[in-house]
Design a protein around this ligand. Structure first.
Ligand code: XMP
Ligand code: MG
Length: 178
């Protein structure tokens, strides 16, 4: 499976080191107030698992699943909730945990949707961001890595549901697509 990668962009060690830094910053930011981690299925599963274990204390977790892509690989901005939160976020601090911000359309929709539920605050932590792909501006407080505008897989990110289990983030070799 490693042979399907063209290039490793971010190593396992780099991911873990960065998540440890972010976890510390996040913990300090909330200064003892409870915050709810909200993961976006499925890509954010591994970021959530490692970020929450890097926190100095515990934080509750919930999940949302949305569909933003139709058949193609471009975000449409049309978002449908496939699975909503189990919990009521009214009056609570919410931290959205994401794998990647590409155009930003999905996350800006999710953020607006959560903000309409009267939470105390909504912030975003994403492992990856593609600045060149941005279609909408998103205020994202914690970003692991800014990466070039290439399709990436690994560490939760998939191509046709494969490669999510890779411990690194990388680009796929051309033969995989053909
Ligand atoms: P937007 O464009 O709305 O898209 O910010 C966010 C979602 O699109 C998926 N996505 C990717 N998945 N490699 C992937 O495996 C990528 O390079 C990539 N870019 C976007 C992802 O599900 C993300 O949540
Ligand atoms: Mg995703």
């Amino acid at each position: 499976m490693g042979a399907d990668l063209e290039r490793v962009l971010i190593t396992e060690e780099e991911i873990q080191a960065r998540l440890a830094e972010l976890a510390r910053e996040i913990w300090d930011h909330y200064a003892g107030e409870e915050f709810l981690l909200v993961g976006v299925l499925k890509g954010a599963v591994l970021v959530m698992a490692d970020l929450m274990r890097a926190l100095p204390g515990s934080a509750p977790m919930d999940w949302m699943a949305v569909s933003s892509y139709g058949s193609g690989t471009k975000s449409s901005g049309v978002v449908r909730i496939l699975k909503d939160l189990d919990t009521d976020i009214t009056g609570r601090h919410v931290l959205i945990v994401e794998d990647i911000i590409d155009s930003g359309l999905t996350l800006s929709w999710i953020r607006a949707n959560l903000e309409s539920r009267q939470p105390k605050s909504v912030e975003i932590c994403t492992l990856l961001r593609k600045p060149e792909a941005a279609k909408v501006e998103i205020d994202c407080k914690w970003v692991g890595f800014d990466i070039p505008n290439d399709f990436v897989v690994g560490y939760g990110l998939d191509y046709a549901e494969k490669y999510r289990n890779l411990r690194v983030v990388g680009t796929l070799a051309p033969h995989v697509y053909s």
